[in-house]
Design a binder for this molecule. Structure first.
Ligand code: NAP
Length: 315
C-alpha cells in the first residue's frame, strides 16, 4: 500500500534536520516523511498536513491543499507572523515532557536564586567568608507570568518545594495553592510581591516589551528575574538600568532579542546576570515525535484536526 506523504519543512541546520527526520520516521513508520525538495508535484498537491521546524514561509506556496501544520516548537511567534493570517491551522508543540523539563529548569534556577548562589560565587572570588540569613521557601514569593502548559507545571514543582507561588494569565485561572492574577491591574499586583519573577509568556503583540521600565520598577528592591520565554518580552535597557541601580539583584536569562547573544551584549559580563544559551526547555525529539505521530495518525483515522493557535491572539 502507498504510504501517505507528509512534507517536512525545516530551516534548521543539516544535522538537526537529519536527526529530526530520523526520529519522526521512527515514530511514524506508516507514513512517508520527506523534505519538500524530495516530493513530486503530485505529492505536494496531495499533501494536507506538514511538519514544520522553523519552516520557510515560501514553502507553503508549494503545498496548495495543506490544511494544517504541526510545529515542532512550543513558541510559534515566527511562523504565526510569517504565514498569512487564517491561511491554515498552526498546531504548536504541547508536550508534557517539555513542561516537565521546563519545570525542572524553573525549580533549579529558582533554587539558585533562593540559595543566594550568585552572591556566594562573588564572595568566593574575593575570598570572603560571610554567611547570610536564609528565608524559608514559604516566605519567598515566586511570581509566574504565563500559567499555560509550562507555567502551570513549574508552579506545581515550586509548590512541592514549599514556595509561595503566584501566577498571572490573560484570562482568570485558578490552581490549588496558587494565588491567581490576571489583566493589567493583576500584573502590577503580582510584580509588586514577587521576590523571584519567572517569565513563561508567549511572544505576542501584547507581551512584546511588556516588562519595561515602569513595570520592572514595581518589583521589590533586590528581587530577581528569570526569563525562559522570549527575549523581546523584556526591555533590555530597562532591565540593565534596574540591575545597575540594585532594584533587581539578579537576572537569569535564557532567551534574547538576538540569538546567539552578540559578543557586544553587556549581559555577557554583567555581574548581576546569568546567561544561558536557550536551553531551559528543549524539545525532546523522541517524545515530541510521538506527539506528532498521535496527532497525524488521528487526523487520517477520523479527520479530527488538533486544536490550532488563535491567530488573532497570537498564541
Ligand atoms: P501556553 O500553554 O500557550 O501558555 C501561555 C500562557 O501565557 C497562558 O497562561 C496565557 O494566558 C498567558 N498569556 C498569554 N498572553 C498573555 C497576556 N497578554 N497577558 C497575560 N497572560 C498571557 O504556552 P506554553 O506552552 O506554556 O509556552 C509559553 C512560552 O514559553 C512559549 O510561547 C515559548 O515562547 C516559551 N518557550 C521557551 C522555551 C525555552 O527553551 N526557553 C521552550 C519552550 C517554550 P491564558 O491562560 O489566559 O490563555
Amino acid at each position: 500500500m502507498m504510504k501517505t506523504v507528509i512534507p517536512f519543512l525545516a530551516r534548521t541546520d543539516e544535522t538537526d534536520r537529519r536527526m529530526w527526520l530520523a526520529a519522526l520516521k521512527h515514530a511514524m513508520p506508516d507514513f512517508r516523511i520527506e523534505p519538500l525538495a524530495q516530493l513530486t508535484v503530485q505529492e505536494r498537491d496531495a499533501a494536507t498536513v506538514a511538519i514544520g521546524a522553523d519552516p520557510d514561509p515560501d514553502d507553503f506556496q508549494k503545498l496548495p491543499n495543506l490544511q494544517w501544520v504541526q510545529s515542532l516548537w512550543a513558541g510559534v511567534e515566527q511562523i504565526a507572523a510569517e504565514l498569512p493570517r487564517d491561511n491554515l491551522r498552526i498546531v504548536r508543540m504541547a508536550d508534557p515532557q517539555m513542561a516537565e523539563t521546563m519545570g525542572e529548569a524553573v525549580l533549579a534556577w529558582t533554587l539558585y536564586l533562593h540559595r543566594d548562589m550568585p552572591r556566594y560565587a562573588r564572595q568566593q572570588s574575593t575570598g570572603q567568608w560571610i554567611p547570610h540569613e536564609l528565608p524559608l521557601p514559604k516566605d519567598r514569593t515566586i511570581g509566574i507570568l504565563g500559567m499555560g502548559n509550562l507555567g502551570g507545571r513549574a508552579a506545581e514543582k515550586l509548590l512541592q518545594q514549599g514556595f509561595d507561588v503566584c501566577g498571572w494569565s490573560r484570562t482568570e485561572r485558578t490552581m490549588d495553592g496558587v494565588r491567581g492574577f490576571f489583566g493589567a491591574e493583576g500584573l502590577n499586583r503580582i510584580l509588586a510581591i514577587s521576590d523571584i519573577l519567572v517569565i513563561l509568556l508567549p511572544l505576542t503583540e501584547e507581551t512584546r516589551g511588556l516588562l519595561e521600565r515602569s513595570r520592572l520598577g514595581l518589583m521589590p528592591k533586590g528581587s530577581s528575574l528569570i526569563n525562559f520565554a522570549r527575549g523581546p518580552v523584556v526591555d533590555d535597557a530597562a532591565l540593565l538600568e534596574c540591575l545597575d541601580s540594585g532594584q533587581i539583584d539578579h537576572a537569569v536569562l535564557d532567551v534574547f532579542h538576538e540569538e546567539p547573544l552578540p559578543q557586544s551584549s553587556p549581559y555577557w559580563t554583567h555581574p548581576g546576570v546569568t546567561v544561558l544559551p536557550h536551553i531551559s526547555g528543549p524539545t525532546n525529539r523522541e517524545t515530541a515525535s510521538a506527539i506528532v505521530a498521535a496527532n497525524i495518525t488521528a487526523f487520517f483515522a477520523n479527520g479530527k484536526m488538533p486544536t490550532g493557535i488563535d491567530r488573532a491572539r497570537g498564541y
